[in-house]
Design a protein around this ligand. Structure first.
Ligand code: AMP
Length: 274
């Protein structure tokens, strides 16, 4: 049965429908969104779609991890009611010509380095939301800029879906869970915990009274630089809604970071409260 029809049927029976979009290679971070969805909706749909249009030309779409059979097992165990795994042709049929650009919010952080990435994300999310038509859709705070872009787009286009956010789920050593973690070699994986150590250092400094963005960032840089395999791409303190850079911490702010370990790019963030 088509996913839209299934949702219509559920809605007709008075059920609330939750939706978790993913790119597969599922881990506990994704599953935490499924469990959040199960707490807030009667039926939960998860999509698995590795969206080609959100990968830059230089980025290797073909090496993005995938583990479809395992994913289905995990979703079944987690209690998801339906898995939607469209083909590229189903999402982008011949003649497809639309792109959604959310301006402003996409000028900083990942937007500075991944050209076209958020246009790809916004466009595919709009398509998925139009196909599924859920009551609520759930996204992780790990991708904080993505979450802000989706919220803006849903408001601007009056898509009529509630956006809910889930907290970052971490490995025992503090590394934020990510499908890309499986691309790290053992030494890179060991060193990758330095990202969270850096963010924790920032939180400590803020507790001690530090409010200057540059001083906070340089302390975090110092921690991350200790990992010989880490190459920092960006580290910025921004407003959590507008994503605009901040020079002082006067209201809750988002400290966001992207670090390369070899070819693997990892992102993480923390909300700092003055
Ligand atoms: P992805 O498959 O990477 O596109 O992620 C699908 C959804 O899972 C997005 O809303 C992500 O923000 C969320 N997500 C990914 N990793 C985590 C994590 N470690 N904790 C919480 N949410 C996550």
């Amino acid at each position: 049965m088509q996913v839209g029809k299934l949702v219509e049927r559920w809605r007709g029976a008075g059920m609330k429908v939750g939706f978790v979009p993913t790119m597969g290679a599922l881990h506990q971070g994704h599953l935490s969104l499924v469990s959040l969805a199960l707490g807030e909706a009667d039926r939960v749909i998860v999509s698995i779609f590795v969206n080609p249009s959100q990968f830059d030309r230089g980025e290797d779409l073909s090496s993005y991890p995938s583990n479809f059979d395992e994913d289905l097992k995990k979703l079944d165990e987690a209690g998801a009611h339906c898995v939607f795994f469209p083909s590229v042709d189903e999402i982008y049929p011949e003649g497809f010509s639309t792109s959604i650009h959310v301006s402003g919010l996409t000028d900083t952080l990942c937007g500075r380095f991944r050209s076209g990435h958020f246009d790809g994300v916004a466009t595919v999310c709009a398509i998925l939301l139009s196909i599924v038509r859920p009551d609520i859709a759930l996204f992780g705070r790990k991708d904080a800029q993505q979450l802000a872009v989706i919220r803006r787009m849903v408001d601007d286009l009056r898509l009529g879906v509630e956006i809910h956010a889930g907290d970052i789920v971490r490995e025992p050593d503090g590394l934020a869970m990510s499908s890309r973690n499986s691309c790290l070699d053992p030494e890179e994986r060991k060193q990758a915990s330095v990202i969270n150590s850096g963010l924790s250092r920032a939180a400590e400094l803020v507790l001690e009274g530090e409010r200057d963005a540059e001083r906070i960032c340089s302390a975090v840089r110092e921690v991350i630089d200790k990992a010989s395999l880490a190459t920092l791409q960006y580290l910025e303190l921004v407003d959590p809604d507008s994503m605009k850079p901040l020079s002082k911490l006067t209201t809750p702010a988002l400290l966001a970071v992207a670090v390369y370990f070899g070819h693997t790019r990892l992102i993480d963030n923390l909300i700092l409260e003055p």
